[in-house]
Design a protein. Sequence first.
Length: 129
Amino acid sequence: MLDVKTGLAWQRAGSDISSVRQLQRWLQEINQKKVSGYDGWRLPTIEEALSLVGRGKGKHGSYIHPCFDPKQGYIYTADRRKPGGFWFVDIRQARVFWASGTFAGGFERLCRVEYTPLPGEVNTSSSRN
């Protein structure tokens, strides 16, 4: 899925991996296989994950656009919490939380840069329709 506001391509669904090591192996495999014809897949930043959050709840009870699989209630990010833990976006509550230790629930939705929008075109707000 291509987000023309951010220039990011997103996985429609993602994975349900519950350990950092499994995630690293899966991410390496995705990039080696060039899933969808591309490499460069990665976890999003908090801001990038928030760009998927819409203004209101959809029919599946989440704030994510209906073109995405609603089964995954969380999007884990590349951002880390110090002294330990992981930041994630809860798409059912449209909020950012952190989890200590391993990925709780382990929902990863990868993204990659498709293109860089021109200055003034980037929309990093969390409001999308």
